[in-house]
Design a protein around this ligand. Structure first.
Ligand SMILES: Cc1cc2nc3c(=O)[nH]c(=O)nc-3n(C[C@H](O)[C@H](O)[C@H](O)COP(=O)(O)O)c2cc1C
Length: 204
């Protein structure tokens, strides 16, 4: 099959992309509105950018009515957010937090997920998440206005929280202890329990 993206609807193209670009890590993003309402939502168009500066990107698209999602609005209003990682044990709560609530209702209350204060930024982090990255907005790049329009949020990591329980003897986060999930297409997810090692080639 060959596809010219200009010849199919954005929603069909989206369905292709979420199946092809997989597995994707999940940024469980906590923010706080300018009036103090906390917000929590998952975003899997997400990755790290680099360590210099310590940076990540994630991509909240506009809602069907063309307005920004609460996470994006809060970040644009306050410049701050936290990326929490999602272990298998929190998969259902993460999914529940993707419900589109009105901006004056908090997904933390809906899901019963406990918060704990961040150190540098105002939005709280997810207490049960083994790793949280406190971020400040570095760049906001809207790619298209209106319904479904894509946006890129670039965040500078200003503080990392790593639960000692997921660290190996050398102090690195251990994939087996993290037990993170990844998003595939449709309603499918994967676990990081099926792993293999591949040492990098050495140049002769
Ligand atoms: C696993 C998962 C990944 C998601 N990834 C994205 C994404 O990358 N971009 C996006 O715009 N929405 C994504 N969503 C949908 C948002 O979480 C959803 O629109 C949510 O209501 C946004 O909340 P907010 O308005 O509080 O920001 C995802 C949902 C799930 C369950």
């Amino acid at each position: 099959m060959n596809i010219d993206p200009a010849q199919i609807s954005a929603s069909s193209l989206y369905q292709h992309l979420i199946r092809i670009i997989a597995p994707r890590p999940i940024a469980w993003v906590s923010t706080i509105s300018s009036t103090g309402v906390t917000n929590l939502a998952p975003f899997s168009f997400f990755t790290g950018v680099g360590a210099k500066p310590p940076s990540i990107v994630f991509c909240p698209s506009n809602r069907r009515d063309g307005t920004p999602k609460d996470s994006l609005k809060n970040i644009l209003d306050t410049d701050e957010f936290v990326i929490n990682v999602v272990p298998f044990l929190l998969a259902e709560a993460m999914n529940l937090s993707s419900a589109e609530l009105p901006p004056d209702e908090s997904e933390f209350e809906l899901t019963g997920i406990e918060t704990t204060p961040s150190i540098i930024v105002k939005p709280p982090r997810v207490q049960a998440s083994p790793v949280s990255l406190e971020c400040r907005l570095m760049q906001y790049l809207p790619l298209a206005p209106g319904p479904g329009g894509a946006n890129i949020v670039v965040g500078k990591i200003v503080h990392l929280h790593l639960d000692d329980a997921v660290l190996d003897d050398a102090g690195w986060a251990d994939p087996g202890l993290l037990d993170l999930i990844g998003r595939l297409g449709g309603a499918s997810y994967c676990r990081t329990t099926d792993r293999f090692d591949l040492p990098r080639p050495s140049v002769p």
